[in-house]
Ligand binder design. Sequence first.
Ligand code: 3PG
Length: 204
Amino acid sequence: MSDCTFAGQLAKYKIIPVLVLNDIESGLKRCELLCKNGLPVAEITFRTAAAEEIIRAASKEFPEMFLGAGTILNTADLHRAFDAGAKFAVAPGFNPTIVKEAMANRFLFAPGICTPSEIEQAYELGCRFFKFFPAEAAGGVKMLKAIAAPYKHLGIQFMPTGGVTLENAAEWLTLEEVAAAGGTWLNKADAEGIRKAAELAKTL
Ligand code: 3PG
């Protein structure tokens, strides 16, 4: 049976490129490279002014992509992202105002967490999928295992980002509670680098 939860949808790809892009042209090129090399998924961060327009253009050009928005720090950007065609959104931190707005609009949104208190507060608002950020700096796999343990019975899932690389992605993705792992290394990777990530994802 296919899993249509947010975590389940990202788990189809496992490795999620986190993209910081400055203009539509480079954005479309990167999306094309990802699609051609077996990884038709990306989080396009709202850290640049071009993010909204890149999502709008790439959603039209590559409808097969599972394209989301990252670094959503306010509800205005949340709406801009989904209006532009984003299928999901994430943030580095837990902002209850954004979570509530996403819930009210039935947007797929994962807040960032790195403490039990954040998990509990976001869970209470209805979140079942969380970005674990900054994954490596916060203590790596050992930290996520420890932090997730008391909540195992809730069936919540995580996407570590921050320090995830091709080299350590497999370690993260073998954790039961990790649906996908994201990283900016795929922002610069060439075709071979993307293929390697896509191949690794298939083995996990
Ligand atoms: C993110 O927004 O998820 C992080 O900036 C990704 O961190 P990385 O650059 O270490 O992959």
